[in-house]
Ligand binder design. Structure first.
Ligand code: NAD
Length: 390
């Protein structure tokens, strides 16, 4: 099959590389010329475990190519996937579908022969109909079928999730509650079945932490709230989740301040982990941003280290120092805060850590360590949601 992947971000690049690895001929298209130039040189614009060798081997074997213009790739393709961004729209929090619709227009103009046009981006209910309408408007005679195939891959485990998904949704998909389902024309039984197929629902993802972040969940939850409001079926639980999450991120700064006696002025706080979760360089909505902003507001100097996210973090957090290892980060610090649970932070040399810090204060926002171990090494240890260890 010949595939054109429109949008070469986390989803487009992983999906394109995996389709190529399955034997299809894929052209990944992106408007961002720097991204395409880097990919054409063999450099990846993002960090995702295992992706570089996968891209390189499929490029070498002639199944994966890159382009900035979509006309030629679309005209040759059997299937065109729309994998462009759908961020929160400025001002109202609705999903911003302008990239999807712009891509649909461009695709429509370039279609030749029978083509599947597949929406892979995460979009609100009704978007497929609009994509179809746009294509019919631009090219009334086009021989195209519009399909919805939302992607559920998780950054950090993208290749495995794409190649071995716990569910594949093709057609139309929605995961709203019953009332909204009725109003938007979905079937709650099907929605419930779809939700139940998600392996992430269960003990594995029930960990206390500093609040959730990332490029998907916050914006998709917000867009879902807006869809509910538009259909006069407000989703109060989801609204409350978002409000609680915002408060929690801010509260983490106060927790660090409390661990240092309430006053951060003149203190140095070392932050381990900046990305919203391990094994990615993605900083979008990362709890570290709100935490570090709060620490800076309270007068602390902040030094941070992250194995993959520092380049992405620098424009977002320009007024902090960056270290090149966990220990360089902790050197001379009054407190160490673990924000992201990268593997390399799970087995720190605690004796060394204690020796190099100005004060042995650790705030572990991921509950990586055991309180008794930390006490044995002489740390004042603070974790989240464990009684006796504030
Ligand atoms: N990141 C994830 O883990 C993840 C997982 C599942 C679903 N999604 C969804 O997939 C979609 C893409 O997310 P992402 O994280 O890959 O976004 P991203 O921002 O990393 O990438 C989107 C890319 O699309 C390009 N683009 C925009 N308009 C274009 C056009 N007309 N032609 C060519 N390229 C264009 C942009 O330059 C950008 O490189 C979103 O809807 C998101 O919600 C993301």
């Amino acid at each position: 099959m010949r595939v054109a992947m429109i949008g070469t971000g986390y989803v487009g690049l992983v999906s394109g590389a995996c389709f190529a690895d399955f034997g299809h001929h894929v052209i990944c298209v992106d408007k961002d010329a720097d991204k395409i130039a880097a990919l054409s040189r063999g450099d990846l614009p993002i960090y995702e475990p295992g992706l570089q060798p996968l891209v390189q081997s499929n490029v070498r074997e002639g199944r994966l190519r890159f382009a900035t213009g979509l006309a030629a790739p679309v005209s040759e393709a059997d299937a065109v996937f729309i994998a462009v961004g759908t961020p929160s729209r400025r001002g109202d929090g609705h999903a911003d579908l302008s990239y999807v619709y712009a891509a649909a227009r461009e695709i429509a103009a370039a279609l030749e022969g029978f083509t599947l046009v597949v929406t892979k981006s995460t979009v609100p209910v009704g978007t497929g109909d609009e994509v179809e309408r746009i294509i019919r408007e631009v090219r009334p005679q086009a021989d195209a079928v519009v399909v919805s195939n939302p992607e559920f891959l998780r950054e950090g485990a993208g290749i495995r999730d794409f190649k071995h998904p716990d569910r594949i949704v093709v057609g139309t998909e929605d995961e709203r509650a019953k009332e909204v389902c009725e109003k938007v024309g979905a079937d709650v039984q099907e929605v419930a079945r779809g939700i139940g197929l998600d392996n992430r629902i269960g003990a594995k993802f029930l960990h206390a932490g500093p609040g959730f972040g990332g490029s998907c969940f916050p914006k998709d939850a917000l867009a879902l709230i807006k869809t509910g409001q538009d259909h006069e079926a407000p989703l109060r639980i989801v609204e409350t989740i978002m409000a609680v999450n915002d408060q929690r991120k801010r509260a983490m700064g106060r927790k660090v301040a409390a661990a240092l006696g309430g006053n951060l002025r003149g203190k140095t706080v070392a932050v381990l982990g900046l990305t919203f979760k391990p094994n990615t360089d993605d900083m979008r909505e990362a709890p570290a941003i709100a935490l570090i902003t709060a620490l800076r507001d309270m007068g602390a100097a902040v030094r941070a280290y992250d194995p993959a996210g520092m380049e992405q973090a620098k424009p977002l957090l320009p007024d902090i120092a960056y270290a090149d290892s966990a220990y360089a980060c902790a050197q001379g610090a009054d407190a160490l805060v673990i924000v992201t649970e990268w593997e390399q932070f799970r087995a720190l040399d605690l004796a060394r850590l204690k020796a190099i810090m100005a004060r042995p204060v650790v705030v572990d926002l991921r509950n990586v360590y055991r309180p008794e171990d930390m006490a044995r090494y002489g740390f004042a240890y603070h974790s989240v949601g464990r009684s006796g260890h504030p």
